[in-house]
Write a protein that binds this ligand. Structure first.
Ligand code: PEP
Length: 231
């Protein structure tokens, strides 16, 4: 069971350091825990969590080792910082920054080949679900990925991200089983996970953890989610 907190573009180095130092002394139950700070706060987070089992993940990474790619960051640079892994293909990257399935595939492959652990995100929009296309979208997004020991998928229905609408445990379980029928890797659920719903979601057979956005920004709510998921 892995609980990863995606901080998005929140918490600069000062706040990230304080959060991570407090996280060290917090009861997080029996789950694996990761935080995904913005690039500017990665070094501080790595330093503050040194010697713990809590992993630090970037929120993206490029496929090239270096080059003329303004605004990007490469897998070797993340390794040099001591970062454990990267989230790739988040729906905000896909929707707001034009990330394609092909670009996601290249990023995932490069990250894995450099020894980074990858959380690859997939999920359908509300319109796609209403049109009965959810499985087709997942099939397309997953078709460019191959199973790997260092890869997990996060199923994040776009209609549930930051909206307060959570997939019911039944809907999430059905989607997770479908994802696993296509790609044999652990699958995290993401989409408005909170202390009050983390336990029932993580109790589903094919839900192997959670990628948590908004509720991961507050130490106590993140810790509560970790503890709820470990029951
Ligand atoms: C996310 O950003 O991956 C996410 C699931 O966000 P939230 O928990 O805020 O819906």
């Amino acid at each position: 069971m892995l609980i990863a907190g995606n901080w998005k573009m929140f918490k600069g180095p000062h706040e990230a350091g304080a959060f991570c130092r407090a996280l060290r002394d917090t009861n997080l139950g029996e789950v694996e825990v990761a935080v995904c700070p913005p690039y500017a706060s990665l070094a501080t987070a790595v330093q503050a969590l040194a010697g713990t089992e809590i992993g630090v993940f970037a929120q993206n990474c490029h496929w090239a080792d270096e080059g003329a790619f303004t605004g990007e960051i490469s897998p070797p640079m993340l390794r040099e910082l001591g970062v454990y892994g990267a989230v790739i293909g988040h729906s905000e990257r896909r929707q707001l920054f034009g990330e394609t399935d092909e670009a996601v595939a290249r990023r995932v492959e490069a990250a894995l080949s450099h020894g980074l652990f990858v959380i690859a995100c997939v999920g359908e929009t509300e319109a796609e679900r209403e049109a009965g296309e959810a499985e087709a979208v997942l099939r397309r997004q997953l078709s460019v990925l191959s199973a790997d020991d260092n890869l997990v998928v996060a199923y994040e229905p776009v209609w549930a991200i930051g909206t307060g609408k959570t997939a019911t445990p039944d809907i999430a379980q059905e989607a997770h089983a479908f994802v696993k029928s296509l790609l044999d890797v652990p699958v995290l659920y993401g989409g408005s996970v909170r202390p009050g719903n983390a336990g029932e979601l993580c109790a589903e057979r094919d839900i192997d953890g959670a990628l948590v956005g908004g509720a991961s920004l507050d130490l106590e709510s993140f810790a509560e989610i970790c503890r709820a998921a470990s029951h």
